[in-house]
Design a protein around this ligand. Structure first.
Ligand code: ATP
Ligand code: MG
Length: 608
């Protein structure tokens, strides 16, 4: 297998260096790995609640800055859909979130109660999330484009006591399901203006108006629950992963090391807070690091995004492969029309980043794109390409200092029964296997809501098993192979879809590719590819032949797709991940399963 693993085809090394800007936070990776300890980082980087009363996310994110020289720095710079702009300084955000904390507590909401948020990206979301964390509620932000069913499922599972939404979303998404939510006591709406709030709801603005702008955060144990995030539903029904207050240590340190945050930076995380990226790195990490976050209310649009990068002088940009591919689809010429000179660092997460995209970044945006890997369950970035390190296109990078990652084999069958104490063992160097993380980093999830059994199955021998397959090269870089569920078994080979997809997108006609295993009586599974084309390319039989030839040359006949279909768009989750399981179900005429997070092509971006 080694002669065709990802990486050999692209053994290019791209200089990550950008001469502009401050010194990288992680100048010597090896030294940091040797000396890093979470305990020391907690002492040095975080304050803790005054009087040694514990550790609370909201204190680290806003209150401690509001009490010092950063108080007048802009924390959130919000760009409205209609062109309006609102700014909240650290002092504003601290005061507003304190008012919210008072209001929530006065209504009888108690530590541990769950507050859901369904608003879209508006400034109130940030204040309410932080206010609820101050009052020690458990916060679960939902993606505003969810219909009533996915909202109901998540709120039921999470036993929501309270909800923040808008009058419009309340009427459309919540009212139809409210009767099915017996635990839901309070619904707050924001943005009613002078109108009355809908019946059965309370206006947030009226509640906070008279509340005092300072709030004493109660004692907070680092293990107190803080955030409930649902996974993307790429492989099945979304799971609710619970995180605790001390996750803030990982949010903070990973932002510093993997995203190279420097206080005062202008940072744009394009993810919605309804996904874990949009909370860990769209709310918490930039705030704990004293960074100014740009928040864009609108959905993806090529010109709008380049305009934001240019006008807002974004220095650090965190986005996703699907967005990068859309920018690539529009062409490098578009990028060249904008002044992107303020950019110092670009990172991506959520899916494998094709080597082609890394190189495109360097050519079109002036910087390579730094891939990093993590999951809802890990709460923060675990493996990354760092600013001071050369990028190996196609690799996820190396584990964060403080994170131990390894490739393991699960022992199966009788073997496992007889050696119950060692259900996993380390893979050989270079071997493909399951990516595992040594359990115990601060932002590790503490349970799957209502599914303890599944949670327990994720752990073995002190390792958390991620469900992703990868391999590690001799220099310690990790290479993503595919999700365990998506890996194709063909004629005795294990084929990772990522490798095949990356080869296909190298072809100039291909915008996106997704690969599945299709059952076959002779070889087990054949490789089948679904391909969407770039603007101006025609879906012809000749092109199919050409793509097959290209893939064979790149991958060899055993790995190249045997069948190729053209699709206008690939099915994706609303967070932009290709849903291979759906392509497979459709191909085989099987039930589609949970599609609550499927992006509906008819309404991208305008789902309200
Ligand atoms: P579900 O668990 O419900 O199927 P999901 O796994 O897509 O959904 P998330 O937690 O949002 O939900 O996504 C984490 C997964 O995304 C990882 O396990 C991995 O498969 C994929 N992923 C994230 N970043 C990368 C990356 N840089 N390279 C490759 N895959 C990535
Ligand atoms: Mg997952």
């Amino acid at each position: 297998m080694d002669d065709r693993h990802p990486g050999t085809a692209h053994d290019t090394i791209v200089k990550s260096r950008n001469p502009h800007g401050p010194k990288p936070n992680l100048p010597d990776y090896e030294a940091a790995v040797r000396t890093f300890s979470w305990e020391a980082a907690r002492q040095e980087e975080l304050d803790g609640l005054p009087g040694g009363r514990g550790l609370n996310i909201a204190h680290e994110a806003v209150d401690r800055h509001a009490a010092g020289p950063r108080r007048d720095r802009v924390a959130i710079r919000w760009l409205g859909k209609a062109g309006d702009v609102r700014e909240l300084t650290y002092a504003d955000l601290a005061a507003l979130s304190s008012r919210v904390a008072h209001a929530l507590s006065d209504l009888g909401l108690a530590p541990g109660d769950r507050l859901f948020v369904l608003t879209g990206r508006i400034p109130e979301l940030y204040a309410v999330v932080l206010g609820a964390l101050k009052a020690k509620l458990v916060v679960s932000p939902l993606f505003a484009a969810f219909g009533p069913e996915p909202v109901a499922t998540r709120m039921k599972l999470g036993r929501a006591r309270a909800l923040l939404t808008t009058p419009r979303l309340y009427q459309r998404r919540v009212l139809p399901i409210r009767d099915s939510l017996p635990d839901l006591q309070h619904v707050f709406v924001t943005g009613t203006g002078s109108a009355d709030p809908p019946e059965g709801t309370l206006a947030l603005e009226a509640l906070v108006e008279g509340a005092p702008p300072d709030f004493t955060i109660p004692d907070t144990d680092p293990e107190d629950p803080a955030l409930l995030h649902f996974t993307s539903g790429t492989t099945g029904t979304p799971k609710g992963a619970l995180h605790v207050h001390q996750a803030v240590l990982a949010h903070h340190v990973t932002g510093k090391h993997a995203l190279d945050f420097h206080a005062g930076d202008r940072f744009w995380c394009t993810a919605d807070p309804g996904w874990v990226t949009g909370t860990s790195y769209g709310i918490i990490s930039p705030l704990t690091n004293g960074v100014t976050s740009i928040v864009d209310e609108a959905e993806f649009d090529v010109e709008r995004w380049y305009r934001i990068l240019e006008r807002e002088r974004v220095a650090v940009w965190y986005t996703a492969p699907t967005a990068v591919r859309m920018l690539m689809k529009a062409g490098a010429e578009v990028a060249k029309r904008y002044d992107l000179s303020a950019l110092r660092f670009i990172a991506s997460v959520g899916e494998p980043l094709n080597p082609e995209a890394v190189l495109w970044g360097r050519n079109a945006l002036g910087l390579p794109i730094h891939d990093n890997w993590w999951q809802t369950e890990t709460g923060g970035i675990m493996i990354a390409n760092y600013r001071a390190m050369d990028v190996r296109p196609g690799s996820m990078g190396r584990p964060l200092p403080g994170v131990e990652a390894a490739i393991v084999r699960r022992r199966q069958g009788e073997d496992a029964a007889s050696e119950a104490s060692t259900p996993v063992e380390l893979a050989d160097p270079g071997e493909e296997g399951e990516l595992a993380l040594r359990a115990g980093w601060p932002s590790m999830f503490r349970s799957y809501i209502d599914n303890e059994e599944r949670y327990r199955r994720c752990f073995a021998d002190g390792w958390y098993l991620t469900g992703d397959l990868a391999r590690q090269d001799d220099d310690g870089y990790f290479w993503f192979v595919g999700r365990a569920d998506d890996v194709i078994k063909s004629a005795g080979h294990l084929i990772g879809p990522f490798e095949v997809e990356s080869a296909l997108v190298e072809h100039p006609a291909v915008a996106e590719a997704a690969v599945i295993g299709k059952p076959d009586p002779t070889v087990g599974e054949i490789v089948k590819a679904f391909v969407s084309l770039r603007e101006g390319c025609e879906a012809t039989e000749d092109l199919k032949l050409e793509l097959t030839g290209h893939a064979r040359r790149r991958l060899g006949p055993a790995v190249a797709p045997r069948e190729i279909d053209f699709l206008d768009d690939l099915p994706k989750t609303r967070s932009g991940k290709v849903m291979r399981r759906l392509l497979k179900a459709r191909e085989l005429g099987l039930p589609e399963g949970d599609t609550s997070t499927l992006e509906r092509p008819a309404s991208p971006g305008t789902e309200e």
